[in-house]
Design a protein around this ligand. Sequence first.
Ligand code: PGA
Length: 248
Amino acid sequence: MKPLIAGNWKMNGLAADARALAEDLKASSQAAGPACELLVCPPFLHVPLVAEILGGSSIHVGGQDCHATASGAHTGDTSGAMLRDLGCSHVILGHSERRADHGESDALIRAKAEAALAAGLVPIVCVGETAGERSSGQALTVIARQLKGSVPVGMAAERLVVAYEPVWAIGTGDTATPGDVAEVHNEIRRVLAGLVGEGSDQVRILYGGSVKPENAAELLAQSNVGGALVGGASLKPQDFLAIAASCP
Ligand code: PGA
């Protein structure tokens, strides 16, 4: 399976910025070649605009979250079906910023992943340890617990993407060492074998946390790294495409 390079635009940019970014990506990606799959996840309000601009291109569009139910009295929320209806193929779930800002639990993330699957979306389930958990030697335990709690039981491997994002590496400029990334990704692969069973080696495991053009090639070359989840650098089309061009 090709690596997946996913851009998480977070809560950045007005409509004009989203338009410019999407148009630039569409124009520049045509020359980039098919070494990897590309996905951008704009803020909800910009999804229709970005999906329209990128329609007909090979760049997928995704959401940054969805609700755990299909519809109903949930003021301010967005359902997986609404994202799918606008042309989204993926949805990021359980990002550490949502776990922190909104108190999202593993059980809630699992319910959201089930709702996303029912809506026809591919969930990108995020896991990752804090600095304190890493320094106290708990990183692998925390990640295994998050996976066991947030991945839907017995789901089809080809419908799942997992992202390893150490919390201390997000937006800080610090990245995990290639050796640490390989260790965690190998552990994630091992845990997934027990969770999704057959075909678990097909689940793409993305690395995220201060991925830049300068470090992408080394990170993407590590064992069991199937792509990247890119925050800050995804707001600069040339950097995002340079990361994509680093795919092995
Ligand atoms: P960053 O964000 O690349 O800015 O560190 C990654 C993410 O949060 O997905």
